[in-house]
Write a protein that binds this ligand. Structure first.
Ligand code: SF4
Length: 325
């Protein structure tokens, strides 16, 4: 439990800070200064932290990056975590460009849920925003995932940016009607490495919903209390759309999430300005009990909420690709 009475059930694990895309709302074209091999947690160290947390009721594990599939042998880690007592839900967030190669080994290893980032269905605009001409590979990756019925739901995450995403909405909504993908629009957050985010860049979930409803009426459906998304289905039953609105409709009051960075720092909020080092204690021989106490201490100091909309908002101490979303 955190200091506000929220139970922590979900851990997001960044397995690498590296990425093979250069999305404009995330990092500069030249990339960032990457962590060294020794700075990054080994699979054994990640699995140990997950085991200690799972014993405390943290049953949902999401693997993120950078781009998690850029970390070699990721299915090995997936199988280690899938076998961990107390881990009930294992998912992955990926940009999808390597998914066609990894979908089968990931499912075999025990992966059961998937989020694929996709901001445009136009080759030109996809390349414009990711600085990579890779739309076809991402779509092929999604189709590879589709062939595994165990891997459901398949969610597609679209970062919504004013002046760019409006044009993408009809095609992405249509994709949700045509394919077994849940399309989710995520409001742009101030986590870009170049610190160019401005409130005016945020295209809200409410605005996108209105754009969709110009074509197809939507009906809201129930979502899990701690869910970050408001869920809607098309009134004619042809698929599901979600809206993740951290800026216009913050959901911090039901937050059950903490994060582990690739270099072993525990972050109790996406917008934390402080971190708790788990790597040094592990490498100094700390026992599971000590590790558990350190985590409990950190969580007791978890932030109540983000302060994006507050006067004097101070950005997080790391950018999105260094936290892992
Ligand atoms: S901003 Fe922080 S407190 Fe709010 S939902 Fe995200 S992680 Fe939780």
């Amino acid at each position: 439990m955190d200091g506000w009475g929220r139970e922590i059930k979900s851990l997001r694990v960044s397995v690498t800070d590296k990425c093979n895309f250069r999305c404009r709302y995330c990092m500069p074209a030249e990339g960032l200064e990457w962590l060294g091999r020794d700075e990054i947690l080994s699979f054994e160290e990640i699995a140990r932290i997950v085991r200690v947390l799972a014993a405390m009721g943290v049953s949902e594990i999401r693997l993120t990056g950078g781009e998690p599939l850029a970390r070699r042998d990721l299915p090995v880690l997936v199988s280690m975590l899938a076998e961990t007592p107390g881990v009930e839900d294992l998912s992955l967030t990926t940009n999808g460009v390597l998914l066609d190669r990894y979908a089968a080994p990931l499912v075999e290893a025990g992966l059961r849920r998937l989020n694929v980032s996709l901001d445009s269905l136009s080759h030109v605009r996809f390349a414009e925003i990711t600085r990579r001409d890779a739309l076809d590979r991402v779509l092929a990756g999604l189709e590879a995932a589709e062939r595994h019925p165990e891997l459901r739901p398949i969610k597609v995450n679209c970062v919504a940016i004013r002046g760019f995403t409006e044009e993408e909405v009809p095609a992405l909504a249509e994709l949700a009607r045509r394919k077994p993908y849940v399309i989710r629009f995520i409001e742009f957050m101030p986590l870009d490495a170049e610190e160019r985010w401005a409130g005016d860049d945020v295209l809200t979930g409410g605005e996108i919903r209105a754009l969709i409803e110009e074509h197809w009426p939507l009906e809201e459906i129930a979502a899990k209390t701690s869910s970050t998304a408001r869920r809607f289905r098309f009134a004619d039953g042809a698929g599901e759309i979600g809206f993740v609105n951290p800026v216009s409709e913050p959901f911090c009051s039901s937050c059950d999430r903490i994060r582990l960075t690739a270099d072993g720092q525990l972050r109790t909020c996406l917008f934390s300005r402080r971190e708790w080092d788990l790597k040094a204690p592990i490498r100094d021989g700390a026992g599971d009990k000590e590790l558990g106490e350190l985590v409990r201490w950190a969580v007791r100091h978890k932030e109540l909420k983000h302060r994006i909309n507050d006067e004097g908002f101070v950005r997080a101490s790391r950018s999105m690709s260094q936290i892992g979303g």
